[in-house]
Write a protein that binds this ligand. Sequence first.
Ligand SMILES: [Zn+2]
Length: 106
Amino acid sequence: MSGKVAKYKPYTILGRAAKILNQHRVIYVDVLEPGVIRGVVRGTNDRIYIVTINIRDAKASCTCPYYIFKGITCKHIIAVLLKYQSIVRRNLLHHFIRESRGHHFH
Ligand SMILES: [Zn+2]
């Protein structure tokens, strides 16, 4: 044992979360109640992890060992957050496009 403690690397976590997103491994995202997001992520080992994010308190949890044993924000939490963001953005975009269709430009 080297006794080295792995440092928390936010950019690594972000990169890994983006990879999860690109591989479509965030299989479910929903709003449990206003301000609370629930997400389901398929891990590389095909295990299923449940993520809960409270936007108001800026608090999140995950059922993966990384979060449970270290209590650190894991890639699953960030991946669910990114997925949620993209859904909100897409819905807003569709909303505005629908709205503008009702208008006639001459
Ligand atoms: Zn996790």
